[in-house]
Design a protein around this ligand. Sequence first.
Ligand SMILES: [Zn+2]
Length: 398
Amino acid sequence: MTDSTAFGFERLLTDPDSAARLGRLTTPHAVVDTPVFMPVGTAGTVKAATFEQVWETGSRLILGNTYHLYLRPGHELIAEKGGLHRYQGWDGALLTDSAGYQVFSLGDLNKVDEDGVSFRSHLDGSRHRFTPKVSMEIQLALGADIIMAFDHCLPYGASESDVSAAVDRTTNWLHRCRDTIGPGGRNRDADYEKVLFGIAQGGVFPEQRARSVAQIAEMDLPGYAIGGLSVGEPIPLMREMTAYTADRLPADRPRYLMGVGFPDDIVESVLMGVDMFDCVLPTRMARNGTVVTRDGRLVVKNSVYARDDAPLDDACDCPVCRRHSRAYIRHLFSAGEMLGPMLATVHNLHFYQTLMRDIRGALSRERLRDFTDPFLTRWREGEAERRKAARNAKPGGR
Ligand SMILES: [Zn+2]
């Protein structure tokens, strides 16, 4: 019998033609089929969608941002209100990031030393300090099912010696994270188990990637993430480093590629053996008037759609595509109506979750390439068309 209050990962099948895996994460709050896409719920909200809508897209695991929730409303208040699940009204599983990425991307607002990072709030300039222990205590208070390590992520362009130092710091910090969470990176202080995922760094240097993975895999944690990618490097390099890192991570643990990406990035990374994804793209693009379709991105706010009766994507069976036309949604954006971003968000999340379901379905039939090859071809052709059309459009024209 499995313990429904504990965390587990089961590999159900490995694709015969690639490194892709079909799996299942058991968390205290939901059973999550992998490969999985996690919508980002930055400040206690997946922007422009209700949690009911997020659930109806098939999402069972979402991400919360420690940095934002720590600053506002504060993790103590959330703990007092019964933890993040209850506070925000989300019945599924939750993963929180460590705030490392945010405090390091504040640029001149932060100062790093061997023990942690001092930084100023982007909200009011107030001074704060995060150490691995502080990040873990905040995440334990938030009560996520999956807690991410406090790591040192450098931007693309950092020298190999800086990256090497960040790899050692990340490992050193990971030991401190584990010491705060509990033996094996598992915490049972509450009535359910919370687990720690380690993060591999190493920038775009294979030697550093290999070193980072070897150091953190030794700690035998419940899961591992690939960090430090999608930080400005060219896409082929991102793919190369993803494959290189995924291949070296323990096969029997979930592998999470952080902050990636577009639908084609996700499909390519699944083929490399990645199980978990998160990205702000579907929700951020939606708020900016762009939706995803099988033919690539569609800038629905453009005037060219003012009389278009078609749904956003004619193969989509989401509640938005069943009811509304591109013409109507374009009108909502042009009139500045808040329903525009709301409808585009529901469609985009639905598109991403349908993609993940299709991937899992093809994997379970051991016919993954039969799905991914035509999907990638059609997406790339559509994207090439869109870029061509954008180049031909008059600058500043709508
Ligand atoms: Zn749709």
